[in-house]
Each structure stands twice: as C-alpha cells, then as structure tokens.
Design a protein around this ligand. Structure first.
Ligand code: GAP
Length: 510
C-alpha cells in the first residue's frame, strides 16, 4: 500500500473503530483539535502509564507531579516564550496558503536526502553483495554534491534563524526555487514571526482581568516547583521530576492528523545535574529513551536520532528521536540539554533562589537540566500506524488487525458466548465479573463468532475467550490469540494468568 493510502487508512480506522474523532464534529470540527474516543482513551492512558512507570517507578531519584495549565504570566517572560517562541511564517500570495518558512527549507533538504538514498539503492542493486556503502557515499560525486548542498543550506538556515534574519529566509526560499507544495506557485510574501502561545484571561471584570497564556510546554511547571520538590522530597542531585499533561500551541500549519495539533499532551522529565556533567547525562538519556521505544517492538529500523543544527533559545545540545511515520521520519521525542537557562531566569524574575546545596562539593549552585520530552499523541500515532495491518490469510480471505503491544491494548480480552442461549451468556457474564477487577474486559454476544473475532482484531484485543457447550461440562474455554489466530482449550481458572503474563511491565520494560 502506498504510504499516502496507508495514512488515510489509519485515519479512517481510528474513526471507524472509536479511537479518534474530530473535535466538535457535529459543527464540522475544529481545525487540528481531536477527541479521543472509547478505545483511543484506553490506548492513550496505557501509553502514559507505560511511560510513567518507566520514569517514576523504575527510578528512585525521579518523582512525578501534576502542575496547573495556567501559570503566573511572568513564567513565560522568564522562560523566553513571550519573546522567542515564534515560528517564521510565509504566505503564498496566489494560493493564500500559509507555511513555516523553515519547514519549507527543511523539506527541500529532505528531498536531497531522498535523492541520495536513491543513488545508494541503485548502486546496491548494481553491485549486489560486493557493495560497500561507506565507500560509495564518500566517493560518488552525485552523492557528495547532494550532501554538501544540504549541509550548506542547513547551516545557512540555522544562521538566519539564530540572527532572526527573516529577509534571508525568504531569499533562500527564492534561491532554491521552492514552490507552494500544493499549487506550485512561487509568489511568496515576506517572512514574519508568529508567536505560538494562546492567550486567555483570568478574572471576572474588565478592570480586574489578568492576561495569561495556556502553557505551550509542561516543563515550566516543573522548573517553578524545583525548590518545593527538592526540599519536600529530600532529593539529591542528580534527580528528576516528571509530568504528563496538556500543552497548547497555535501552530501555523497544523496537519497530519494528530501529529501536529493545537491542543496536545506531553510527557516530560527534567533531570537536574551538576554543572559540567550535563553532556554525560544527555548521552545517558538519549540511550535510555531509545531503549524504552525499542521495548515496544515497533522495529529498530523505524527509529533514528537527528541532532539539531539550530538550537532552541534554552539549549546547548538537542536531538530528536524520529519515527518512521507513513509520511516519513519525523520528530517523536526531543532530548535537550537546557543548561541552567530556565532556573536562572526564574531566579532573576522571581527574586527567589533556585539552587541546590551539594554536600559533596560543599557549595550551592543552579543545577543544569537535561530534559526528555515526548508527545503522547505522537507516540499514539506511531504505535497506531505501526500496528495497523491488512493481512491476507491462507484461505485467500483478508483481515484488518491492530497488532498493538498487548500491554497497551485498550481491551485485554473479549468474552464471547458461542450462542445466546443454553446458559452460555450467564457463564460468560460470570467470567467478565471476575476478570474486570483486574483488566479492561469486553463482553460481546452479537453476530457470528467469526465476525466477533474480526471486530476484536480491528481494535487490537490480544485474547478472545469463547464459551461453548463443553464449558458447561468441564469448565474449559477456547482462547484465541489475535496475532497467530491459533486457538487452544484452557481452564477458566487459567485465563487470568494468561492475560497477566502478557501484560507484565517487568517483561516488557526489561
Ligand atoms: N519542553 C520542551 C519541548 O516542549 P518540543 O520539541 O517543542 O520541546 C516536545 O516538544 C515534544 O512535544 C515533541 O517532540 C513532540 O512529540 C510534541 N509536540 C510538540 N508540538 C506538538 C504539536 N503541535 N502536536 C503534537 N505534539 C507536539
């Protein structure tokens, strides 16, 4: 299936099977805002739980918090978001479409990347087993040309962004002859800065209102609580504070379904370290986070690191963990070395000390911070895209199956009486009543058993338990496995253990 078709299938499957709907759909929806439905919310909660346990429960020096979305307005002055949380936007005068100037340039570089890969693939075919990719990449003139072009462009982009040289961004777009991706027009406006924060108001009367922002990242709720948590938790450096919650950005171009939204969720962890030790911890968290992703078995080849050329205003090193979405490799998680920028800025604006007394060094200092920041919705999308399969079976028929990691599946088991009579539904209900204490279980007695299996495959349920006439005689049931479709007979008393083994955090995370 072509990638574009695959992505369309992902979006329609998410809607058809109760995972994601457009927000306020009866009013034609709200651009780039989505609601998680009955199955979507379960999957999302399970992803969050998987992250939380790995961060907070598995690290004795990391604690979690849940800070408010609304924060004192000075927070955003101190963090630099009021002055610097901007995207450079450009309008196409013919199509009236709006784009991020930096993204247009990055997409041009991605095309050069694709051309390079094409050359490599061609040579690979030609030379077969004798192909030496490293040598080819370092000697082939076309590949060298693409690579050096790309390097030059990204360097210039970084320089212009750093210096806020918006005129040069436009010049670069014109020099590269970048056209509107949708219409091909090259009639561009000037580039302008656009602040991404949503403003709102606190207070009931016109005279007493205060201008606030909806938080554009959860991280600042952690920074402003640094001292409270360090003292009440008796935390010693290095230590971390984790948080998951909503963030809001008025994205210029919000598209690709839940990949870029205006209201989304982040799972962030700020790790406070001794100044000078930040690069060691930066490398540690890069490796640890990649391992976490790989533990979910989404395929090693679907992940890669992308070191940043142009750094955010607070960072001295930054890398993305990118995932291979149907629309290409894109950022899923950011690992940033944020220096002491945030704590120092909050010290300056609040007048309060945000320091740590290090008994080993016998001195106080403002800690440095390494953060890991992952979009919960982007993780959802990565898992959903990767799990959705259209399979042709041995008998020539096909099935749509969502091969979700069992630990994340919305429903762990479906309990299905073979027929709606002879006391089978009653036995099935008894099993549900027992299992639902521990797991999300669904009862279904509508339609033929084959159709019920397919319905459960489509929402990713790892086990189907069928109650038939033999159950009445020997207390046994049929368990059907989603991935292999194999069936076996087990005792009712064994069901819980089967489910438990498939969703053990120890087994998945280890
Ligand atoms: N505190 C650092 C920070 O916010 P970021 O790279 O701007 O860094 C972190 O965002 C993560 O949040 C991204 O890697 C991405 O997964 C997610 N994210 C950012 N903007 C998003 C959006 N508009 N929609 C969905 N997820 C988004």
């Amino acid at each position: 299936m072509a990638n574009e078709d695959k992505f369309k299938k992902v979006i329609s499957h998410a809607k058809e099977y109760g995972f994601i709907f457009s927000s306020s759909e009866i009013y034609e929806g709200l651009n780039a805002v989505y609601d998680y439905a009955q199955n979507g919310v379960e999957l999302k909660n399970n992803i969050r739980e998987y992250w939380w346990r790995s961060m907070v429960y598995m690290n004795q020096n990391i604690v979690g918090i849940d800070a408010a979305i609304l924060m004192h307005p000075t927070t955003w002055k101190a963090s630099g978001h009021v002055d610097a949380f901007n995207d450079p936007l450009i309008d196409n005068k013919d199509s009236k479409k709006r784009y991020r100037a930096d993204v247009l340039i990055e997409e041009y570089c991605e095309k050069l990347n694709k051309k390079t890969q094409k050359e490599i693939d061609k040579a690979q075919k030609r030379f077969g087993d004798d192909f030496d990719e490293e040598k080819f990449v370092s000697t082939n003139t076309r590949v060298l040309k693409y690579k050096s072009q790309q390097k030059e462009i990204l360097k210039r982009l970084a320089r212009s962004l750093e210096a806020e040289d918006l005129a040069d961004l436009k010049t670069l777009i014109e020099e590269l002859e970048i056209a509107d991706p949708e219409t091909g027009s090259k009639n561009w406006s000037e580039v302008r800065q656009f602040n991404l924060m949503f403003g709102t108001k606190l207070g009931a009367t016109a005279e007493s209102t205060t201008d606030l922002y909806l938080r554009p990242e959860t991280a600042q709720g952690i920074f402003v609580n640094f001292s409270n948590i360090q003292k009440t938790g008796r935390m010693k450096i290095p230590f971390g504070i984790a948080q998951s919650g909503k963030a809001f950005r008025n994205e210029i171009v919000a598209r690709q379904f839940i990949f870029r939204m205006r209201e989304f969720e982040q799972m962030e962890m700020q790790f406070f370290v001794r100044p000078g030790e930040e690069m060691k911890w930066y490398e540690y968290w890069k490796e640890t986070r990649l391992k976490w992703h790989l533990s979910l078995e989404l395929g090693k080849e679907n992940f890669r690191f992308h070191e940043h050329e142009n750094l955010a205003h607070y960072a001295n090193a930054a890398t993305d963990i990118e995932f291979n979405y149907p629309f290409g490799f894109k950022e899923l998680e950011g690992i940033h070395s944020r220096t002491d920028f945030d704590l120092k800025a909050h010290e300056k604006y609040s007048g309060k000390k945000l320091q740590f007394f290090d008994p080993e060094l016998n001195k106080s200092y403002v800690p440095y911070v390494v953060e890991t920041s992952i979009g919960l919705d982007r993780m959802f999308l990565a898992i959903f895209c990767n799990s959705l399969k259209n399979e042709i079976l041995k008998d020539g028929s096909s099935r749509v199956v969502l091969r979700l990691p069992a630990i994340l599946a919305p429903t762990k088991a479906a309990i299905l009486p073979l027929v709606k009579k002879d006391g089978l539904p009653e036995i099935a209900q008894e099993i549900v009543t027992d299992l639902q204490w521990d797991y999300n279980i669904k009862y279904d007695d509508k339609d033929a058993i084959g159709r019920r299996y397919r319905r459960q495959d489509a929402v990713g349920t790892p086990f189907c338990i069928t109650i038939d006439h033999q159950t009445k005689e020997d207390q046994s049931v049929t368990i059907r496995y989603r991935d292999t479709m194999k069936q076996e007979r087990i005792a009712i008393s064994e069901i819980s253990e089967k489910i438990k083994n498939s969703i053990s955090y120890r087994a998945w995370l280890e």
